[in-house]
Design a protein around this ligand. Structure first.
Ligand SMILES: Nc1ncnc2c1ncn2[C@@H]1O[C@H](COP(=O)(O)OP(=O)(O)O)[C@@H](O)[C@H]1O
Ligand SMILES: [Mg+2]
Length: 378
């Protein structure tokens, strides 16, 4: 897929921005705080129906305005033009997503139709940070390639909140939890087992994508690996039913402990994903360079994985990543990604792009200042 154009009304600091994109690299230049990332965030609405950050619709609405709109023509690999319109009205709190004037409901049914891969300096948390950051990475990839995963995840989160409230109340008011908990335990196991099953499957499939993209990025022989470490042990060949049985058993065993701590201690919200190079834990042993390479390998792997699963070429969003890379690595990555798909690249520094890219119809350059965008070609 690629975006032919976009129009933003009252989105962040963009009062009214209209752009025609190139089909390959679109370089967005400007100083700090001018509105570059905001443009990428608007593109994430088209793919995910929401911001790639956790930001809510009210936060992205331009200050002192009541309605924001995002419009774009998204052309699929097969040449179909999808006229996407997203509107949010803060007075009613209503958000609508439509394609060719037909409303899409529920929103989850659109996830994966216009796949997207996003890389920003904050993504360094995937390799440096805690398990939450790695689960978030996993969840965004699997959600885009599997609609029911997205639904399971939101149901599961609700269940955990309910359960935790029951534990909290039990602590404060000494209520008897056993009857109250039972239906929530069923739900926890139902959605939790599905999530774990899909995560296990995903990690097993994704491994070869990382190995391939990693070996493309480095000359030395280093073997990257990814392993799923669920919050309780399951076997590689366990079906969902078997995972459910184990889940029920462990909940029973953990009951006293959960009451004591007042929270849900077991389940996919406590999973870990282990990343290694040459069998050594990335977080403990890897150099800065290895961290960066691993992250890029994850993202390029994500690109090919989604391309195959969604049967649609994802767009690549690279937010401010080139200032972080040395010139050689940056050039290599730029050439690679530009050859793969339509790419949106923000940077404060125009230098490397002049060397790496020819600007014209396929590659375009935009300048952002205070939420206004100018382009040399249009
Ligand atoms: N809801 C909003 N309404 C108006 N302006 C906003 C809103 N949210 C953020 N901004 C402004 O957007 C700017 C940041 O834009 P951003 O795209 O993150 O900058 P950068 O070009 O550095 O990527 C800041 O000036 C901020 O004040
Ligand atoms: Mg930015």
């Amino acid at each position: 897929m690629y975006l032919e154009n976009i129009r933003l009304k009252n989105f962040r600091n963009h009062a009214d921005t209209s752009l025609n994109f190139g089909t390959k690299a679109n370089v967005v230049l400007g100083g700090n705080g001018e509105g570059k990332t905001n443009l990428l965030e608007a593109i994430s609405y088209i793919s995910l129906t929401k911001s790639f950050y956790a930001s809510s619709d009210t936060v992205v609405l331009k200050i002192n305005e009541q309605v924001f709109e995002i419009e774009a023509n998204v052309v699929s690999d097969g040449g179909m033009i999808n006229k996407v319109h997203i509107g949010y009205d803060s007075r009613s709190g209503e958000k609508a997503y439509s394609i060719n004037k037909r409303r899409i409901e529920p929103f989850s049914s659109i996830i994966g139709k216009f796949p997207l891969v996003f890389l920003s300096p904050e993504n360094a948390d995937i390799t440096f940070g805690g398990p939450t950051d790695r689960r978030k990475f996993l969840d965004i990839v699997i959600s885009q390639s599997n609609i029911s995963y997205f639904k399971d995840l939101s149901e599961y989160r609700k269940v955990v909140r309910h359960r935790n409230k029951i534990f909290g109340d039990a602590k404060n008011f000494r209520t008897d939890t056993s009857v109250l908990l039972e239906p929530w335990n069923d739900q926890l196991v139902k959605y939790g087992s599905r999530i774990m099953f899909k995560r296990k499957l995903f990690v097993n499939e994704f491994r070869k994508y990382i190995e391939e993209s990693y070996s493309d990025l480095v000359d030395v022989k280093e073997i990257p690996s990814i392993a799923y470490e669920p919050s309780f042990e399951i076997n590689d060949d366990d079906a969902i039913e078997r995972i459910s049985e184990k889940f029920f058993d462990i909940i029973k065993k953990k009951n006293q402990e959960e009451l004591k701590f007042g929270t849900t201690l077991i389940g996919p919200h406590r999973d870990e994903i282990n990343l290694k190079i040459n069998n050594l834990d990335l977080r403990k042993f890897a150099s800065q360079g290895q961290h960066k390479t691993f992250l890029i390998a994850l993202k390029i792997g994500e690109f090919f994985y989604l391309k195959e699963r969604c049967k649609e070429t994802p767009v690549f969003l690279l937010d401010d990543v080139f200032s972080e890379l040395d010139a050689n690595r940056a050039l290599h990555m730029l050439k690679l990604i530009e050859s793969l798909s339509q790419t949106f690249i923000t940077s404060t520094n125009p230098e490397i792009f002049d060397v790496a890219l020819n600007f014209g119809d396929t590659n375009k350059i935009f300048f952002v200042k205070s939420g206004r965008v100018e382009t040399t070609q249009n």
